[in-house]
Design a protein around this ligand. Structure first.
Ligand SMILES: [Fe+2]
Length: 387
């Protein structure tokens, strides 16, 4: 009997622990993996915020040796992954813990790949390229957006080529994700806006992705509800832990959805932009989102209508053209409400950069699951609209 493989769906997820204060238990999880020496990956901002000290205190309390590697840039680079792998080997580590935003988490995933294979991280670009399991990996996110702590994605910046490349594999889903909403207290309002919009984009792109299905849709819709309903309030009330929990939960739900349904043109185009200009990932997505939604709408109108309804838009009696307009207006209004008013032009992107950006976006795996099949010319037009 033959089956249509395109109809099959799978769902991968790490072991997730969610709740205020769970970061303090990291040593228990490291001990479960037989930790002899832990490589703790982070960055200077997270170190200064005090989250690394909490991890150190937990490891010290259980007499687990560790060394720190915190030389990670906001967009983690090939050289930083390779240097981190050297530190891991020099110190004879056998477990990796990362605490931070998407950058330290992606760097840690990259380090795991490199120490397992003994080859350059550049050799693993693409889908399902990992052959040897990485060392045990525990991730502790300190932003509510990237979801690197639950996803099958690694994004690394290749500075020589001025581009980012993606590695997509279930082998980079961490063993444990400790999601502690208290750690998001160190996000400033702009970072909260960028990462919150990034998480909303994850949910939207996952819901209309050609890889969507019944295992991912509920997560995508719940993420939209939580982020749309609480992001503005959370930014206005940074001390409110209940709101932080809702946004962190929304981000996690979006992560589970997109990790398994994959993404679309917003991410393909934002990876290209982020590699070219070294801009924050969330900012790139926020600049592009409504332009890509307008471009994609007619390829999945019924699903975009569900998105509009989930975001609280009353669609009764409206044509699809009207719903598309309302959805675009809603996304712009939400961005303004969280204080986001950036454009690509503001960051120095000009018309002459568009062919380079578009060429790289077309090579990103996320373009393959975009609901509307896109040519390089289409992508150029959308970048042009976002200038
Ligand atoms: Fe993202």
């Amino acid at each position: 009997m033959s089956h249509d493989l395109s109809l099959l769906r799978k769902f991968v997820s790490p072991e997730i622990v969610f709740g205020a204060g769970c970061r303090h238990h990291v040593a228990n999880f490291a001990a479960n993996f037989g930790a002899r020496k832990v490589l703790v990956v982070s960055d200077p901002g997270v170190l200064a915020a005090g989250w690394v000290a909490d991890i150190e205190a937990s490891l010290q309390a259980q007499n687990i040796a560790y060394c720190l590697y915190t030389d990670v840039s906001p967009n983690p680079r090939v050289e930083e992954v390779m240097r981190g792998a050297e530190v891991y080997r020099e110190n004879n580590c056998n477990v990796i813990v990362a605490v931070g935003g998407g950058s330290p988490m992606d760097c840690a995933k990259g380090i795991g790949i490199v120490v397992a294979h003994g080859r350059s991280i550049l050799e693993f670009e693409g889908v399902d390229t990992i052959r040897v399991p990485s060392p045990p990996l525990i991730l502790i996110p300190t932003t509510a957006g990237t979801s690197a702590d639950v996803s099958q994605f690694v994004i690394i910046s290749n500075q020589q080529e001025r581009m980012k490349f993606s590695i997509v594999s279930k082998a980079v889903v961490p063993d444990v994700s400790l999601i502690d909403p208290e750690t998001t207290a160190s996000m400033d309002p702009f970072l909260s806006a960028c990462t919150g919009i990034d998480a909303l984009v994850h949910a939207i792109e996952a819901f209309v992705s050609t890889g969507h299905g019944p295992l991912t849709d509920p997560h995508a819709l719940e993420a939209m509800r939580l982020i749309n309903g609480n992001l503005v309030q959370m930014i206005a009330n940074p001390q409110d832990i209940a709101l932080r929990e809702k946004i962190m939960l929304g981000s996690m739900q979006a992560g589970l959805a997109f990790s398994n349904a994959i993404l679309g043109a917003v991410h393909a185009m934002s990876h290209s932009l982020g590699g070219f200009l070294d801009l924050p990932h969330g900012l790139c997505n926020a600049v592009l989102v409504e332009h890509v939604v307008a471009f994609n709408y007619n390829s999945a109108p019924d699903r975009f209508k569900v998105i509009a309804e989930t975001l609280g838009i009353d669609c009764r009696g409206l044509t699809h053209n009207q719903i598309r307009g309302r959805l675009v207006e809603h996304l712009i209004a939400l961005k303004h409400a969280v204080g986001f008013r950036e454009t690509l032009g503001l960051h120095g992107v000009g018309t002459s950069d568009i062919p380079f950006l578009s060429q790289h976006a077309m090579g990103d795996p996320c373009i393959l699951t975009n609901p509307r099949e896109s040519s390089q010319r289409d992508v150029e037009v959308v970048y042009g609209e976002a200038l």
